[in-house]
Design a protein around this ligand. Structure first.
Ligand code: AMP
Ligand code: MG
Length: 444
């Protein structure tokens, strides 16, 4: 669906399938990422390395020096000339270098040099024999001149090639190399890399703020005791956790009631956020008033439903604030999801559509939903027509991931979802999936 099909009115064309809806959200996310690329320091802050986990790098990380800074041994063993060691004749041990000691050598002809992991290779050596591949033997008298001198030789069953167990100076990176591009998600490995370059802090994109607006006359806050026909608002807390995991700051708004006034007031407030998540009120019921409220607020719809289950009534819309400059218009676009109220529907549609857009808003280059492949452990009978995402458990114990459904009572079944660790994706055209089939799973 192109933006030309954006509609400012309620409409019910044939619903897009999952792939079509996902492609549309992806194209919006790609626009958001392009905006980030052009962003200046206003959208950037510096955080200390120990605060950087889960943040998104805003500037390239450059190598401050050659990596490694010297040719180093990757093993405890003996530096040697591979050609000499390959004769399997004894090599007298000419010296020892520990990690942290200055580079040593030169290595005399017919000799080996005892070396520890991480130590600089003595000049003249071109390989390191692992300690476990050597035999200690008496030194050849004519070379060592001392009967007690140590000598080693390569085990007869072993071979050694030039360069073995040595990482050359600059083999991993040269000074000034771009080690990580902006848009990289910062995890433990990226923190280690920054630390190795002497960075105590990193420039990261500001976290986007995501408004969470749960709607429904039956909802009460978590700390309240629900009346006979009320339920606690569990979805705001769940979505706040999901928003945090996706790299944004959640902003939970007070519950909105199923009235035009309550929704209008809440929407007016929520639009201060970078992205708006509404839950509930998007189905076909008489009191599902979110879509009309979005229209009054000036939203235009990308879609008002998707051929998926759970989550079919999902709404994806945008607000634009008037400007004749298209570039400015782009940066003023705000996206909004109307997630179906049932908690499992909210969770599935969040993972499929909202999480990628949030990741893009956070500045990430890779923002798709997380799918993996697994083997189906049971027979699954289904009805075609909708792509289904069913709560499931994937076990990683065997040689291949194996997935089985969690019994559930429909998309309000929070307990079933809490026992699951993924969702089994059932293709739209499937009638039955047999045990052993390779299937896709959606990961949280
Ligand atoms: P709706 O989409 O508004 O028709 O809601 C569908 C179902 O989800 C209803 O049973 C609601 O009570 C339930 N529901 C809606 N919002 C929430 C929420 N924030 N927390 C828990 N359940 C909800
Ligand atoms: Mg409702």
């Amino acid at each position: 669906m192109s933006p030309a099909r954006l509609s400012s009115r309620l409409f019910s064309p044939a619903l897009p399938g999952f792939d079509e809806a996902a492609a549309l959200v992806t194209s919006c996310a790609a626009k958001v990422v392009r905006l980030h690329t052009g962003q200046r320091s206003s959208g950037i802050e510096r955080v200390r390395l120990n605060q950087a986990i889960g943040r998104v790098l805003a500037e390239p990380l450059l190598a401050d020096a050659e990596q490694p800074p010297f040719a180093r041994s990757t093993r405890d063993g003996f530096a040697c000339r591979a050609a000499e060691a390959s004769t399997h004749r004894p090599l007298s041990v000419a010296g020892t270098t520990r990690a942290g000691q200055a580079s040593s050598g030169p290595l005399p002809r017919g000799a080996a040099w005892e070396i520890m992991t991480g130590a600089p290779i003595p000049s003249g050596a071109d390989a390191v024999i692992m300690l476990e591949h050597t035999i200690e033997s008496g030194a050849p008298a004519e070379e060592s001149g001392a009967a007690s001198a140590r000598a080693i030789r390569l085990m007869p069953s072993r071979t050694i090639r030039k360069g073995e167990n040595i990482v050359g100076r600059g083999a991993q990176a040269h000074k000034g190399d771009k080690l990580l591009p902006p848009g990289s998600l910062i995890g433990a490995a990226q923190i280690a890399l920054a630390a190795s370059c002497g960075s105590n802090s990193l420039p990261v994109f500001l976290r986007p703020r995501v408004a969470i607006l749960s709607t429904g006359d039956e909802l009460v806050p978590i700390s309240s005791t629900p009346g006979p026909s009320q339920i606690r608002n569990s979805s705001s807390a769940m979505l706040a956790a999901m928003v945090t995991a996706a790299g944004a700051d959640p902003w939970i708004l007070p519950i909105a009631r199923d009235t035009a006034e309550s929704l209008d007031a809440a929407l007016a407030r929520a639009r201060a956020a970078d992205l708006l998540l509404i839950t509930g009120g998007v189905s076909a019921g008489k009191f599902d008033l979110v879509e009309p409220a979005l229209i009054r607020a000036g939203a235009r719809f990308h879609f008002t439903g998707v051929r998926i289950q759970p989550g079919k009534p999902l709404v994806f819309a945008e607000f634009r604030r008037g400007s004749t400059n298209p570039a400015q218009n782009e940066s003023r676009t705000k996206y909004c999801f109307g997630l179906p109220g049932n908690p499992v529907s909210s969770a599935v549609t969040f993972l499929l559509f909202a999480a990628p857009l949030i990741a893009a808003l956070a500045g990430r280059r890779n923002f798709g939903p997380r799918f993996a492949l697994a083997h189906l452990a049971e027979d699954v009978k289904t009805k075609p027509g909708l792509t289904r995402f069913l709560p499931a458990t994937c076990t990683f114990a065997g040689s291949e991931p194996s997935v089985a459904l969690v019994p559930w009572q429909g998309s309000g079944d929070l307990a079933a979802m809490a026992r699951a660790n993924c969702f089994l994706a059932v293709p739209e055209d499937a009638h039955r999936l047999r045990p052993g089939t390779t299937v896709r799973i959606l990961l949280p």
